[in-house]
Write a protein that binds this ligand. Structure first.
Ligand code: ZN
Length: 281
């Protein structure tokens, strides 16, 4: 178990922990010293051999007193990805093994919550069975941001056809707006910018609180530099505004912050610091 937030257990469901792209590629407006800055703020965050940022891809299982909720379903197996070779046609058991180790079967997942509809967050939504895409979690309701579904539907690319449409066709999808509440403990927090419908996930139980960032942030270095644009943000300025709001809220509440792509252990606190913020594990 990663941590416990009051009555809610949080389990890490790790699929990939590997170098991704260089700091210069990921943060194109951060200036020529970006690699040095990342290295000085995130110890071990840049792979020495490749010079690329280490980017875990992981989901989180929330075990509330009433439900098993999977937040983000990573890259998945057999998925088509024309731009990211490491994410194309994977055949890997790590994600499913992590779910088993957390003590749940695919049948026992009650909800799948997608922070947004990008390939590293929706992959295990479905799996191939006899050449057909079927929902991996047969008894789950899948909650997806309505704004993202609309964008992906209009593109009708591999991601939609392989990882979203089969869930809708099976009648298991619920397209939701930000602010949506799921049971007593989980709220979808609007953080548009990375995608139009992007949400962070707030977990609250008694006096205890945590937030799962999704892709509102990708590295703890963005606590110090929230204004850095991220390569894959749909609306970079809107993403900066959402990131600042997230950092303000997290530093004011003192809640636990769980970073979907943060270097392991991906868990800590945001503190306000001289007009900006810092990260504390
Ligand atoms: Zn992502």
């Amino acid at each position: 178990m990663l941590c416990k937030i009051g009555d809610v257990e949080v389990w890490r469901i790790l699929e990939i922990n590997a170098p991704f792209l260089t700091p210069e590629e990921l943060f194109p407006t951060a200036g020529p010293d970006v690699a040095k800055i990342v290295e000085s703020h995130v110890k071990g965050g840049v792979c020495r051999q490749s010079g690329r940022i280490i980017l875990p891809v992981q989901g989180f299982l929330l075990k509330t007193p009433s439900h098993n909720i999977l937040v983000d379903s990573c890259v998945g197996n057999d998925k088509t990805n024309a731009t990211m070779a490491d994410w194309n046609m994977r055949s890997d058991t790590r994600f499913m093994a992590a779910l088993t180790a957390a003590g749940v079967s695919t049948e026992e997942i009650d909800y799948v919550l997608c922070t947004h509809l990008h390939p590293d967050h929706v992959g295990w939504n479905t799996r191939l069975e006899d050449g057909r895409w079927v929902p991996t979690f047969p008894n789950a309701r899948y909650l997806m941001p309505a704004a993202d579904e609309e964008v992906q539907r209009s593109r009708n690319a591999d991601l939609y056809v392989e990882s979203v449409l089969p869930v809708i066709a099976a009648g298991q999808a619920e397209l939701v707006e930000a602010g949506h509440m799921l049971g007593d403990h989980v709220t979808l927090m609007p953080t548009p910018g990375h995608t139009h419908g992007h949400v962070c996930i707030k977990v609250k139980s008694g006096d205890h609180e945590a937030v799962i960032t999704g892709d509102a942030m990708h590295s703890t270095v963005q606590c110090w530099y929230p204004q850095w644009h991220f390569k894959f943000d749909t609306d970079a300025e809107m993403a900066v505004a959402s990131r600042r709001r997230l950092l303000e809220e997290a530093s004011e509440s003192g809640c636990i912050v769980v970073g979907s792509h943060f270097l392991l252990p991906s868990l800590g606190h945001v503190r306000s610091d001289k007009g900006s913020f810092r990260w504390e594990e």
